[in-house]
Design a binder for this molecule. Sequence first.
Ligand SMILES: Nc1ncnc2c1ncn2[C@@H]1O[C@H](COP(=O)(O)OP(=O)(O)OP(=O)(O)O)[C@@H](O)[C@H]1O
Ligand SMILES: Cc1cn([C@H]2C[C@H](O)[C@@H](COP(=O)(O)O)O2)c(=O)[nH]c1=O
Length: 215
Amino acid sequence: MGRLVVIEGLDGAGKRTLSEGLTKALHAQGASVATLAFPRYGRSVYADLVREALHRGHGDLADSVYGMAMLYALDRRGALGEITGALERHDVLLLDRYVSSNAAYGAARLHQDAHGEFVAWLKELEIDRFGLPVPDLQLLLRVTPEVAAARAEHRARSESDRAKDSFESDDALQARCAHVYDELAGESWLSEWRVVDGTAAFDPAELSRWLVHPG
Ligand SMILES: Nc1ncnc2c1ncn2[C@@H]1O[C@H](COP(=O)(O)OP(=O)(O)OP(=O)(O)O)[C@@H](O)[C@H]1O
Ligand SMILES: Cc1cn([C@H]2C[C@H](O)[C@@H](COP(=O)(O)O)O2)c(=O)[nH]c1=O
């Protein structure tokens, strides 16, 4: 059975870039790796509805924190077979965002912390009811909200289909979200976490060795 490893962090933190670097480093060590990013845009109707709502489609849908969280959760519920299949076939399944994204953004939107009603509801929904597997390890790619915003801005200018959505444009939300992520990591919510400094020189080979041979 492979290890379920999740990369979490703010919009623009560099999660996709880290996922690509880690995948290469894991391959170089002979490990087989599958990757998946949530939301599964273009593959899941729930994910596509999320994207449209984040760009102000579907009336006031995006205003509902629980409604949006349910769409993200249903996207993941639909990927359950793909997740378990990948874990059976590969040494590592590397996810770009997972349940903790829903916890951090939903709690931050409601001005709650990691101990609030929202995070408890979400765990009951996604883990207990939908049966999504708990990660073996969550990596918090930690950058300040200012660094994440600058990177998201750079990407929005350099990639044609990446105009900033309503969460990415909300600096106060990103700052609260950073705080909830720190709390989730600090208390090992769902699993062990490792904090990766997203502004320091980073060696994916070291992290990938640690993933393949933990401890
Ligand atoms: N360590 C880094 N230093 C400087 N720039 C970086 C670094 N990592 C990523 N970037 C740049 O920052 C931008 C955002 O990176 P990336 O797409 O990997 O972030 P992300 O966390 O996956 O974003 P999102 O969650 O919004 O999809 C890209 O333009 C990328 O090239
Ligand atoms: C998976 C997931 C994501 N979110 C939030 C985080 C981002 O602001 C947006 C879109 O994600 P992307 O990585 O920028 O494409 O949605 C969330 O609130 N809940 C989730 O489960």
